[in-house]
Design a protein around this ligand. Sequence first.
Ligand code: MN
Length: 364
Amino acid sequence: MNKHGAMNRKKRFAGVGIPLEDPKRAIKPPTKVPYKRIATEEAWITPEIMQGYRELIAKKAGDAGFLSLWGVFIRRGGILIDRLLDMGENRIRDMDATGIDVQLLLLTAPGVQVFDAARARSLAASSNDQLAEAIRKYPKRFAGLAAIAPQSPKTAAKELERGMNKLGLKGAVINSHTKGQYLDDPKFWDIFEAAESLNAPIYIHPQTPSPDMIKPFVKRGLDTAIMGFGVEVALHTLAIITSGALDRFPKLKIVIGHGGEGLPYWLYRIDYMQEFNRQAFMPKLKMLPSDYMKRNVYITTSGLPWAPAITMAQSVLGMDRVLYAMDYPYQYRVEEVAMTDKFPISAANKKKLFQKNAERVFSL
Ligand code: MN
């Protein structure tokens, strides 16, 4: 390993895509640590939504990104889908094998957002009921975010309220664009209004880029987590910031994964150019984009157990704004946890990263 934590390619990416395939493989759990490991972007799916995806794929219905991503997952089948569906002992065993104490569960992308509005509303509600049931069974190991259907913003706001107040869920997940539409459009702001008043963080999880953006990605195989996801959520987050939504909803909490989807790295230039752009065509904001990032946005380490990127984000946004996540089952690796345990930060800051920040942001 060199001083930036980079290993040779073979060692670093050994087994990517088939993580811990063999349940009998001897797994060495990470060493004991003086903090809880709370993983905050962990995926699951209901049997009904899985069936809905199979139907869409069979009919070739859905946007290019969905057909590309879920076409592959469904063709491959196997342990990835088994793990997404399992909300019981196998999931707990996988958590134990990697030293994860708590999973914050998010309905996997694209959630219900790929369905028509009526079906999306009912699938969101039933998934929230099932999630609450799993959490009742394993209250010390699971917490979760509500799935909502942005196709119907008022119903989504009500479902978020039901999720928070009746089901004990801790916020909402929105899997980025909904049929090509983004949350900077005021027609969605009933959701922001409810989230702000309920103190419910909104986790903007990636999905493949929206139909207007995806063409050059998909034909090169860059539409999913390798690049498309990050571009999609960076655009979405910056769209929300530059729309003025966070002046209207100053207490809204937005959470994004994957080290902040590149935004911390670009912040200086984003601030500089926003000043320039707003003279021409952007709404006047009360603060700089970086100020909203430091007031309203939290980021997680999902899929990016890489000290250079995460310590950079911590230095820009502050130690209180970066939360640990694994991205189970997509990036389920013992090594992922070990790399994050070894970040060159103080013991107190490690406890913030793995435990304290998650407890505070998601009211765990
Ligand atoms: Mn994820």
